[in-house]
Design a binder for this molecule. Sequence first.
Ligand code: NI
Length: 154
Amino acid sequence: MAILPITTYPDSLLSKKTERVKNPKDPVIQELILDMFETMEKNNGVGLAAPQVGKSLRLCVIKLDGKSYVLINPVFKSKSWKKIIGEEGCLSLPGQYMQVKRSQKVKVRALDRKGREIIVQAQNLLARIFQHEIDHLNGTLIIEKIVKEKKSKK
Ligand code: NI
């Protein structure tokens, strides 16, 4: 395993749409998954997407409350209308924290690390992390999603 260097804004890789993983069982992908977990944990992150370690692939890893998730080629099956504003950070934007509006609940279809199809439901913080990481796979960063403060009238 290895700790990988983190790609930071404004690297153009972070704004590129990623490519589907063709074979999750490929040893190169399996090693990347392990390296991404190690890199995320070393940096005290709760989620990490492949473009953040220089790979333009539809793959992200998440770890929250001791539970690990590997999402390969994820797609949203549903997103709740109800949205919540919360603070987010990003390892690619060190030291920056922003208010972002996200669906409270999501359902995601993906392949797990063994290439099996899974459907995962998440809410609140886990749903927020899923949305943040899948945004990365579409080349979207939180700086594009900041909740604008209402301007006060003078
Ligand atoms: Ni991020």
